[in-house]
Design a protein around this ligand. Structure first.
Ligand SMILES: Cc1ncc(COP(=O)(O)O)c(C=O)c1O
Length: 377
């Protein structure tokens, strides 16, 4: 039996390869390698896709988080609230500017930030909140906005896993001051290298970030502010300008696969399926289930040649890199418990029905027959 891959990027090549190669040839002919017509075209399409006025392409999702923070002038003495269960980049963007990430625990059902814990984390140093639409499902943004408005804070969405996700009919990335997207290759919309975009409806913020992305200048050598080199290359622009046309189709494929997983894995004792809030339309960047005795479960999957992963093995307060913040075990009990149980199963648009059925059979076999694991329901 063949291996079930966690992600198979080659499966999408037939749709896009010729077009991208044609654009690569064009770039080579024109020797215009940085921030040219493909980047500009892509920025237009992406802003339209998200439903905002501006998209500024940049080097990564981490940069896309960093740019609005830089534009807002955050620095030492400032605190920014975020979930404890996220990829480290959310916190790094804050730390790179000398400000302090402040973590809040997660909601047990969705694994997203527990919005009811935000208010308790606000101090007189808090300047903003970064909700993370983890695994492709949006945070309860109405509640986040309500809390932020009351406390006079800005909100920046980390939408790095949520291209195309919707919350009460609104798109991820369109519900705050600015939002960051990652185009790391494995994302729902991925480049062939590194890439990101920051989006906003705010003209002034957009103008500042547009300057910061390219050494503080629009006109070469006329540097208005101190920025940096965070520009997207034309090769990545060409890949993304091509791939964005298929994003809806790919997201639909992921939704169909998630639905099939839900059917195949229904009523398996010891397994907890992902929970989707009724107001959300996720894009299933990851399909994360929960089991007890997770390591044995993962070993059993691997023996059956089914790839799996953990997103993420450590809540950020227990990451070595953030030891200096002084948090300790027990500070975020929900995240700590959930983190020991989560397993990400293979998920991508082209994953076949047969593969999903096989994963379902194997999970049942592992949990029912060998009763490897149980999970708190
Ligand atoms: C939630 C989240 N935030 C930020 C990032 C950072 O994106 P990048 O890897 O493109 O810098 C990622 C992607 O890895 C992510 O998943």
């Amino acid at each position: 039996m063949s291996r079930v891959k966690f992600l198979d990027l080659k499966a999408q090549y037939p749709l896009i390869k010729d077009e991208i190669m044609r654009k690569f040839d064009d770039i080579l002919d024109r020797t215009g390698f940085v921030s040219g017509k493909y980047v500009t075209e892509f920025e237009k399409k992406f802003a339209e896709y998200v439903g905002v006025k501006h998209a500024i392409a940049c080097t990564s999702g981490t940069t896309a988080l960093y740019l609005p923070l830089l534009a807002k002038g955050i620095g030492p003495g400032d605190e920014v609230i975020m979930p404890v269960n996220t990829f480290i980049a959310t916190a790094e963007a804050v730390s790179l500017l000398g400000a302090k990430p402040v973590f809040v625990d997660i909601d047990e059902a969705t694994c997203n930030m527990d919005v009811e814990k935000i208010e308790a984390a606000i101090t007189d140093k808090t300047v903003g909140i970064i909700p993370v639409h983890l695994y492709g499902q949006c945070v309860d943004m109405d509640r986040v906005s309500e809390i932020a408005d009351k406390a006079g804070l800005w909100v920046i969405e980390d939408a790095c896993q949520a291209h195309g996700a919707a919350y009460r009919g609104r798109n991820a990335g369109s519900m705050s001051d600015a939002a960051a997207f990652s185009f790391y290759p494995g994302k729902n919309l991925g480049s062939w290298g590194e890439g990101g975009a920051v989006v906003t409806d705010n003209d002034e913020l957009a103008e500042k970030m547009r300057l910061l992305v390219g050494h503080g200048s629009i006109k070469k050598y006329y540097h208005k502010v101190v920025g940096g080199n965070f520009r997207m290359t034309e090769f990545q622009g060409a890949v993304l300008d091509t791939k964005i046309e298929f994003l809806e189709q790919w997201n639909e494929g992921r939704r169909k696969n998630a639905h099939l997983y839900m059917q195949e894995l229904a009523n398996v004792e010891g397994l907890r399926l992902p929970h989707v809030e009724e107001f959300n339309k996720p894009v299933w960047h990851l399909f994360v289930v929960r089991v007890g005795n997770r390591e044995a479960f993962m070993d059993a999957l691997k023996e059956r040649e089914i790839d799996c992963g953990i997103h993420y093995p450590f809540p950020l307060h227990l990451c070595e890199a953030y030891a200096h913040l002084g948090y300790k075990e027990g500070d975020f009990p929900v995240a700590e418990k959930v983190q020991k149980e989560i397993v990400s199963l293979p998920m991508y648009a082209e994953l076949s029905r047969d593969d999903i059925v096989r994963v379902g059979e194997c999970v049942r076999e592992i949990l029912v027959e060998s009763s490897v694991a149980t999970v708190s329901q």
